[in-house]
Design a protein around this ligand. Structure first.
Ligand SMILES: [Ca+2]
Ligand SMILES: [Ca+2]
Length: 208
């Protein structure tokens, strides 16, 4: 958890030109996203790195084409919040879903100031994209999704990326309809032989 006093000291240093960068003063940040799940639905994780509780009322989440405003909710000091993105827009759930092919997600405060933004890549089911270390680190594939909890380092065993479209499709398999159907059948046999033709259900005995 960061300390506000440290931040104000850093801000003062920035104002005097003595410091070129800082972890940022955003009250909350995006910390992890998951675009497809077998159990929970898509979700975004927010993180409050400070030592004060943050009210989310009036805050906004956006994806490429939609926005959704919090009408309630808080994140405690140092807390993590999982926001389900199932498209319902009800009961604290966002009114849009996340694109498994990748898109941008951003969070805005109640005055429409953008606090954070992430452009995530195509993600396999139940594979998340998150910051290591929490709240300030580089975004990367995470081996184990941790909704509502601190992120843990480690890449997915299967690489975490969707399977390529180049996999052979069943359309290329010969369909039974394409089998040549003879219009007629010609048989030749020595005189005095007998033969049975047909299917198990119907057959014809020929005698020459
Ligand atoms: Ca979306
Ligand atoms: Ca997490």
């Amino acid at each position: 958890m960061r300390n506000r006093c440290l931040f104000f000291a850093a801000a003062l240093l920035m104002a005097t030109g003595a410091c070129s960068d800082d972890a940022g003063d955003s009250p909350i940040v995006l910390n992890e996203v998951l675009a497809s799940s077998a159990t929970t639905g898509d979700w975004v994780e927010l993180y409050n790195p400070w030592d004060n509780e943050v009210s989310l009322v009036g805050y906004e989440l956006r994806d490429d084409n939609n926005f959704w405003t919090f009408d309630k909710g808080t994140i405690p000091a140092g807390g993590f919040l999982q926001v389900i993105c199932d498209g319902s827009g009800k009961n604290g759930r966002a009114s849009f879903k996340l694109d498994t092919k990748g898109e941008q997600v951003s969070v805005y405060d109640a005055k429409s100031n953008r606090l954070d933004l992430v452009a995530f890549p195509a993600l396999a089911r139940d594979t998340s994209w998150g910051r290591i270390p929490n709240g300030e680190g580089t975004w990367t594939l995470l081996g184990t999704p941790t909704p509502g909890k601190p992120n843990t380092a480690g890449a997915p065993a299967d690489g975490g990326l969707p399977k390529p479209d180049s996999v052979v499709k069943p359309d290329s398999v010969v369909k039974p309809d394409s089998v040549v159907k003879p219009d007629s059948l010609e048989m030749r046999a020595e005189e005095g032989t007998r033969a049975r033709v047909g299917t198990p259900a119907a057959s014809l005995m020929l005698e020459v």
